[in-house]
Structure formats: C-alpha cells, structure tokens
Unconditional design. Structure first.
Length: 209
C-alpha cells in the first residue's frame, strides 16, 4: 500500500474475526501471536510491565482462538504507548515477526531457489497475512498450488530460473502464478477463520505487484 514505515504502535479491531490486530506484523489477540509478543516482552522486562494486566485474558483467547475483545479495554492504548517509545517492546515484536513469518518465508524461498527481492518480499508479505502453514489458505499451501500450475518450461527476463516439477521456469513467471493463487485465496478463502470477508479488501497486496 506504499507505506514503508514500521508501525510498532498500531492497534485496532478491524473486524476480521481475530480480535485486536496490532504491531509491526498485525499480531492478533484471537490467533495467539499477540500473546507470543507479550510473553517475549515479559522475558525482556522480567515479567512485570504494563502488559502484564492482560496476561490471563490473552492466554485464554490464544488457547481458544476467541476473537472477543472483552477484558481488553485498555489493550490498544497500552500497546500504542509502548510501541511508540519502548525499545524492548519493539524488540519483542521483531523477534516474533522473524520467527513466525520472516524465517519460514525465507526457508520456502531458498527451497524454491528464489533470487529476486520482489519474489522473496511477496512470500514474506503472504506469510504475515496468511501464516506459513501448508493449509489451503497458508503460504505453504499457496506455493504448492502455484507449483501445480507449472506444466511446461517458461522463459523470461528475470535472470533467475527455477526447477519446478521437472520444468525450467523463469522466476517472474512463477511469481505471477503465485500471485494468481494468492488473489484467489484472498477472494475465496477455504478455511473458516479467514471467511469474514476482510481479506477480499486487501487484494491490493497482490495487485501492487
């Protein structure tokens, strides 16, 4: 969307069935990754900090996948304040972002043989939004579907050639297949937690490529 800033202090309920979405990677209270950030932050602070008041609720919602924001009335104000100036809080976000999204995406990129920054960046962005799972809506699942669309050699000008299904395919040609798969998933997700309709509003994350 053209915004290259790091929004460590971002926090709101975007009504996508995942509770509050917050921080540099959109960590959600209803999916558990926000709770992982808070636990990492506790490690850095010694366990007693301004986020400690939410521990029991966050742990419960992470375990159950509950999208409720009940009991989290002050969560966003606290997150925004810490995300603006607390270096330890920012570091905690970086750590969980890298372990859950960046590292898995780069593992997939290495296995595919991706060399271009644009292709690697797309996998990273997809990993953040879709997660790195092999499910039909996850990064692994989408890569599998994109690979299935490779049925012949395809040349191109990217300077990078991938070996997929025994065929030689230009990296950008493969990326276009992946983008097609992702666009379809955003419009028609298969997994119930992703069916709120919110993803359809984010097709710009594909069209921008």
């Amino acid at each position: 969307n053209g915004d290259a800033d790091f929004h460590y202090n971002y926090c709101e309920d975007i009504n996508d069935g995942r509770g509050y979405t917050s921080g540099i990677a959109g960590f959600c209270t209803g999916t558990g990754d926000a709770w992982l950030v808070i636990q990492e932050y506790h490690k850095l602070t010694g366990g007693k900090d301004k986020m400690s008041q939410f521990d029991s609720v966050l742990a419960e919602y992470a375990q159950s996948g509950n999208s409720s924001t009940t009991g989290l009335a002050d969560y966003c104000p606290v997150w925004r304040k810490l995300g603006t100036s607390d270096k330890k809080f920012k570091k905690a976000q970086d750590t969980i972002r890298d372990s859950m999204y960046l590292s898995p995406a780069m593992v997939y990129a290495e296995k595919l043989g991706l060399r271009t920054s644009i292709a690697q960046g797309q996998l990273y962005d997809a990993g953040i939004q879709h997660g790195a799972s092999d499910g039909p809506d996850g990064l692994g699942g989408m890569i599998k579907d994109a690979n299935a669309r490779v049925t012949a050699d395809e040349t191109g000008d990217s300077g990078s050639t991938l070996s997929i299904n025994g065929y030689k395919v230009d990296e950008v040609a493969w990326l276009k297949k992946f983008l097609g798969v992702r666009a379809n998933v955003l419009s028609n997700p298969q997994e119930p937690p992703n069916m709120s309709g919110a993803w359809a509003k984010t097709l710009y994350r594909v069209k921008s490529y």
